[in-house]
Design a protein around this ligand. Structure first.
Ligand code: ZN
Length: 193
């Protein structure tokens, strides 16, 4: 399994996403997941490089050829399966959606305060950049549990779609495309930090 295994923060992620060239596969949306395990409590300092290697081992052990595209924690988005290739994360959405896995277990941990909220904000930031770069709208965001072929609660019972979309909506003005076709990305005045 090929993985990237590198983290990007709010400063470096926009340029990285803008540099992607979608040729064979053009995603039509973004699917949001939570890891469940590891939970926030199990990763008190977020993800480290070693955790990406562990995840690679885990998915290879399942015999998967690829995995989710991105893992988010409270301040970084870790690139996993290259976004220019199809991933494996939700049966019905693998062929059409980028998969983002959030650190945390939002069946039990709180997504609306503290570290949970930081993870959601980082995820909304990442998803917002992606849908802007791909020329999509926020209704292209779905949840793993929207897949009729799963019984999972993913990304967690405590996360409602409307509230998650609000987090994206709040930052969309920062992603308006400029006249050159590129995006204007937030710098220091980003509203969430
Ligand atoms: Zn999931």
């Amino acid at each position: 399994m090929k993985i990237i295994g590198k983290p990007y923060d709010r400063e470096s992620l926009p340029a990285y996403i803008d540099s992607l060239q979608f040729k064979g596969w053009k995603p039509k949306g973004v699917t949001i997941h939570h890891c469940a395990a590891p939970s926030l409590a199990q990763r008190p300092h977020g993800f480290l490089s070693q955790h990406m290697l562990n995840l690679q081992d885990f998915y290879e052990g399942k015999g998967w050829s690829s995995g989710p595209h991105i893992f988010t924690d409270e301040d970084q988005a870790w690139m996993f399966t290259p976004m220019t290739e199809r991933g494996v994360h939700a049966v019905s959405f693998n062929s059409s959606h980028i998969g983002i896995e959030m650190l945390g277990d939002y069946d039990t941990e709180d997504p609306w305060s503290g570290r949970g909220l930081e993870v959601l904000r980082m995820t909304a930031f990442t998803a917002g950049l992606l849908i802007d770069a791909l020329g999509l709208k926020k209704d292209c965001i779905n949840f793993h549990r929207d897949d009729i072929r799963t019984s999972k609660t993913c990304p967690g019972k405590k996360i409602t779609k409307s509230r998650f979309l609000e987090l994206i909506e709040l930052q969309m003005p920062y992603f308006k495309r400029n006249s050159h076709g590129g995006s204007r990305f937030p710098k220091r005045e980003f509203p969430f930090r």
